[in-house]
Design a protein around this ligand. Sequence first.
Ligand code: ADP
Ligand code: MG
Length: 765
Amino acid sequence: MLKLKNIKKSYKTGDFVQHALKGVSLEFNNNEFVAILGPSGSGKTTLLNIIGGLDRYDSGDLIINNKSTKKFKATEWDAYRNNCIGFIFQSYNLISHISVLENVEMALTLSGYNRKDRKQKAMEALERVGLKQHAHKKPNQLSGGQMQRVAIARALVNDPEIILADEPTGALDSTTSLQIMNLIQEISKEKLVIMVTHNPDLAKTYANRIIEFKDGEIINDSNANEQKKSDNSEIHIKKTVLSYLSALHLSFNNIKTKKGRTFLTSFAAFIGIIGIALILALSNGFQVEIDRFEKDTLAQMPITISTQAVSMDEETIQEMIESNDQEKFIDDKVVKPIESAMHTMVHENVITQEYMEYIDKIDKSQLSGISYQLATALNIVTQNDDGSYQKVSTGSGVSDMWSVYPTKTSDEADMMENTYDVLAGTIDTSSPGLILEINSTNSIDQTILENLGFKTDEDITFEDILNKEYKVVTNNDYYQNIGDYFIPSTDYESLYNGSNSDTVKIEAIIRVKEDKESFANGSGVYYTEELVNQIIDKNKESDIVKAQENTDFNVMTGATFDEENTKDTILAYLGADSVPVAVYLYPQDFDAKDEITTYLDEYNEGKNEEDQILYTDVAAIMSSLSGSIMDAITIVLIAFSSISLIVSSIMIAIITYISVLERTKEIGILRALGARGKDITRVFNAETMIIGFCSGALGLIIAYLLTFPVNMIIENMFGLAGVAKLNPIHAILLLVISVSLTVLSGFIPAKMASKKDTVIALRTE
Ligand code: ADP
Ligand code: MG
């Protein structure tokens, strides 16, 4: 069944060539017990290794069942070792971190038996060597003789045709040796046993054939001339494969024996994971907070259409860049006129009646409010606290022109109600009146207050404010016609007491709600829409308006019109029309805002630049800014944490490398049992996978636990609750990253392990 034809093997160490086998020809039969005798260094082990497929011969041929092995591939050798050969070594070569049973099972594990069959066969083999009751011990809990019996059980378990034993009793006392020899003799009744020994007595007592070796050559063969029986027994070579699960199990057991080190390695890796997980949790949470803030708050900031809008289209940006590119400190004796950057960016909006009609057709359900600012001057007079009279200015002073109090356009969400508290009085936009907004410190610019007729050397009570009366004077009463000109009256007392004047009051005092302070804290005066409508109704047909309509100069000053002071602006000032200078659209919510801006954009389609009307969306600018700042911070922080991940990857690579060195013997054993190079890689990949998974999982758990104190700190500092939230998708992603990074970092050591020379691996201690 087994034939060696002129096998030669030599080892090269430096320049020195050691001829371990110098042309060995042998033939073996079934059920032979062959003892190979010879002094140390004569090539016995080398022969055995070549027969067992652990080592390759240089020349000659090894014939198994009449089949040459010259063209055997690596995997065929692996399968051959696994199915056809059972090894028994002098030093037992058991894997120390798995149980006796699992050691015996290993050959079966490699040939893909299922768990149940594996266990049954292994127990049978252990029973045969008398160790059934020790199955669950670890090898180092056994005596030498017992360990060798385990090795015999392992050699037998896969029912191979050939048992190779290399000085199996070399490390045992004589009594134990005899027991082992008896066992091997027993086995030889059904198998070919080739045993190396340097004990001639043992060989003579037990073996039925003795081959003597010297200097790599046979010097005597007791059966040399015996007729070889023709032999038809087939050797079935079944490919081996170590399943991933078995590899994991093997590595898991190994890791269990080195808990401390594994923990430290995992620790290194999980610091990086914790860092990234926390950063993601925080930025995730902040983004949620920002989104919520945008939805709640920014969405309610109005889209503003006023006389000027900053346009940031590509063209203007390009122009700005070019203007920066000008040559500096030139010697030319000329002065260059340039347009200021601001000027190129600012777009002049001409709000027309047509545009107002377009605005009017806006889907009102998208709005929570709409407000205007009119160019119309209100002729309002009041009596001061000291009894004197004054005109209330609405178009100058510190504050902007007064705005129309936003009109509710939908019942769903009243932007003003959501944003402001009414501190005194009531708001009714359908009756003429004024509304005073004070800021969060209950203050208001004193110029405005003086303008409204209040003394500003002491605090003013709400009552005083609500009681103050204002008279709205018509154009006809206010402007006196002198020739072609109209001159505003300064006799405020008679205007105040005149019978044509309507009385209005400050109907309500409002202040921003505490939680909206950050975006809507202001002060100033609003007038109700009804007041505006009444004034425009009265003034539209007033003498001054009619006169102005028919004149080519300003009827109040006599000035001619130019680009800035057009007839239209004067007419608007006099209340000839209700086209506002600014429109404020308060979106219902975030989605509505998109709809509104889309609608506003549509107006500009196909229009010349000067006819286009651009809007300013402060909220969008703010949110895009906050979003990109968040992104930038997150990326920078993750980059820093990644460094620790990379460092830990390197550490894992080192640890895996050390593990490969440490487990060299195990690699040898596995290979001897028929494991393929691939299977060895698998064992180490499994190990790094376990480490990667543990450190990833541990890191995520710790990061999750850390979110609680982090949230507490943030809540104390910023008043935001539950900001840090670990997104499950991020967690899974990090786990995958952790596992793949560790597997990747252990890949090269794992590959190295698979390339290890089996014979050398087995020799290491
Ligand atoms: P034995 O088992 O009979 O004591 P070996 O087969 O182990 O002898 O070794 C035969 C010869 O080959 C010895 O001289 C040994 O030094 C040499 N040898 C064995 N393996 C190697 C190796 N891997 N590299 C170099 N020399 C080796
Ligand atoms: Mg030897």
